[in-house]
Design a protein around this ligand. Structure first.
Ligand SMILES: Cc1cc2nc3c(=O)[nH]c(=O)nc-3n(C[C@H](O)[C@H](O)[C@H](O)COP(=O)(O)OP(=O)(O)OC[C@H]3O[C@@H](n4cnc5c(N)ncnc54)[C@H](O)[C@@H]3O)c2cc1C
Length: 515
């Protein structure tokens, strides 16, 4: 007797950037080749974006889930560890704060740590919130040690992500996926053939070949060949919230020690990143073309470099927003074809893996039931909105008014979702925290505190605890973290001891080249 199932026998991925190879790797790890054939088409003539060096901790979990040896991955992608992001000049000029990963304090007798800290602060005690984050303390001392090897110690709650070379990641995952049966075809997709019901039937390549499939994943980058050009799915523009629409990027030789964090410095018309890698340092200036020309942006970027350049500055244009449907018919939009939000919190690669996680959770047969698609779109839309709101929080709370760009930020009309979050927090320090949320309370608390926003009152539950107990626990916890971190290896030393000497940086370009 038939099961009524009509399984997908072939999935075609268009594009071999980070999203294409993440999709191929996750599918290859999930399916036996005989169950579902996977073919990836990419064109050597069309280059991938090739940026995307900073990640968040779930990316490390993805590597582990794929069964990839983390040490080998780190070595081959010239990666460094990342404990969080240092935000410089965001609230006001000459003021900085840290957004760490992992734990931010531990509960005190079942009471929420942040609330206990808040009560102590309101009582006049001088505790810096980040003194209770193992990652923030390690970052300040430029030290690193894997927390899973120190689980029952004061740094046990730490977490980490990596800084990596995006091109090397795509190459690594290509080897991984091909070894597990994914077929890569070189070719330029020039036409999309549709079935009577509108579903995609095949991709026609410039050499005349037609690649048929039951399901298609659009990883073709900003050009969105399938989801936009063929299926006409609308792009929801979020530039009224986030006006940055360009980045100028460059790589330099390594300068000094490699800090185990990304630096994001607010500048006149946007912000600049600094990302340490083993084979160089990635720099970029994200700006709004409404307030800054490309030439000005280039000047700003080059003026702040701290080491000789090893690549030419390159301008990348982008649109902020996401597709009205990320899954339409038998096509999924993944990576830049699905949407993009500026990389302030390094979330794009994570959203790719998340898109594949939900796809595997709601995996269809050839019918692609509308209810599955609706649920997928609902979940992914919630993720995109959460990222948008979290990024927006950095801008809308800034006190800067020293340029047209920052004055414009003061006129921002916030989405209702963020407005409500801020109100809720300002009252009693309450944060919504659903199971699936991307950023945990500690992330929101760190940014709120860094931007000078503290709740008016602490939660009344904390009064159940003896204040002496809170005060003593905070004192002990702070010194336990600090004293342990002092004994850990410097990040650079840890990298060298575990991964050997870094690859030589390429030769510096002459100063006048491309300037
Ligand atoms: C300025 C900037 C900074 C970023 N920083 C970060 C960061 O710090 N952290 C992070 O997680 N993410 C970051 N990202 C995002 C990250 O770069 C992307 O999410 C990631 O690279 C995925 O890109 P993609 O694979 O979707 O597209 P792309 O890299 O553009 O790849 C597109 C692929 O499609 C192929 N293709 C296109 N058209 C055709 C065709 N007609 N026929 C055949 N093949 C075709 C191309 O050959 C290419 O292989 C950043 C992005 C930008 C723009």
């Amino acid at each position: 007797m038939g099961t009524g199932m009509n399984p997908l026998k072939k999935i075609v991925i268009l594009g071999g950037g980070t999203s294409g190879w993440i999709a191929a790797s996750m599918l290859a790890a999930h399916f036996k080749r005989e169950r579902c054939e996977i073919e990836l088409i990419e064109s050597d003539e069309i280059s991938s974006v090739g940026v995307g060096e900073s990640t968040i901790p779930p990316v490390v979990r993805l590597i582990n889930r794929l069964g990839i040896d983390e040490a080998e991955f780190i070595r081959e992608t010239q990666a460094c560890y990342k404990l969080g992001i240092k935000f410089v000049d965001w609230r006001t000029k000459n003021q900085s704060y840290f957004h760490p990963y992992g734990a931010l304090g531990k509960r005190i007798d079942a009471q929420d740590f942040y609330q206990c800290w808040l009560k102590a602060t309101m009582a006049g005690e001088q505790y810096d919130l980040q003194d209770f984050s193992p990652c923030a303390v390690m970052a300040a001392q430029e030290r690193f040690f894997p927390p899973m090897q120190a689980m029952n110690t004061p740094i046990g709650g730490a977490s980490y992500a990596v800084h990596l070379d995006a091109k090397l990641v795509a190459a690594y995952l290509r080897r991984y996926a091909e070894a597990r049966g994914v077929v890569r075809s070189e070719g330029n997709c020039v036409q999309v053939l549709r079935k009577d019901n509108g579903f995609i039937d095949a991709l026609e390549l410039s050499d005349g070949r037609s690649i048929h499939g039951d399901f298609f994943i659009d990883c073709s980058g900003f050009s969105a060949q399938l989801v936009e050009k063929a299926l006409g799915v609308e792009f929801e523009d979020w530039s009224s919230y986030l006006p940055c629409d360009r980045a100028i990027v460059v790589k330099t030789q390594v300068a000094g020690s490699r800090m185990p964090y990304t630096t994001a410095t607010a500048r006149k018309s946007g912000w600049a990143w600094r990302i340490p890698l083993r084979n160089g340092t990635g720099h970029g200036y994200v700006y709004s073309s409404q307030f800054c020309t490309d030439a000005e942006a280039k000047n700003t970027l080059l003026k702040h470099l701290d080491a000789p350049r090893i690549s030419e500055p390159r301008v990348i244009q982008f649109a902020t927003g996401r597709r009205a449907e990320l899954w339409k018919d038998n096509c999924l939009a993944l990576g830049l074809s699905g949407g993009f939000i500026e990389p302030l919190e390094s979330t794009a690669i994570h959203l790719i893996a998340r898109g594949m996680d939900f796809f595997l959770r709601f995996f269809p047969d050839v019918e692609c039931e509308p209810s599955l698609r609706r649920e997928y779109n609902r979940r992914m839309h919630a993720d995109y909105e959460e990222v948008r709101d979290f990024i927006l929080l950095h801008y809308c709370t800034s006190e800067r008014d020293d340029s047209e760009f920052w004055r414009w930020c003061k006129t921002l009309v916030l989405p209702e979702s963020l407005r409500e979050r801020i109100e809720l927090f300002k009252g009693h320090g309450i944060l919504r925290e659903d199971n699936d949320e991307l950023f945990r309370a500690s992330s929101w608390q760190s940014v709120f505190e860094g931007m000078g926003i503290r709740p008016l009152k602490y939660s009344p539950h904390v009064d159940n605890l003896d204040y002496g107990r809170i005060s003593k626990t905070l004192k002990l916890a702070r010194s336990a973290i600090f004293n342990m971190v002092k004994t850990l290896p410097l990040h650079d030393t840890y990298l060298e001891e575990h991964y050997g000497a870094a690859a030589e940086s390429p030769t510096a370009l002459p100063l006048n080249s491309g300037d």
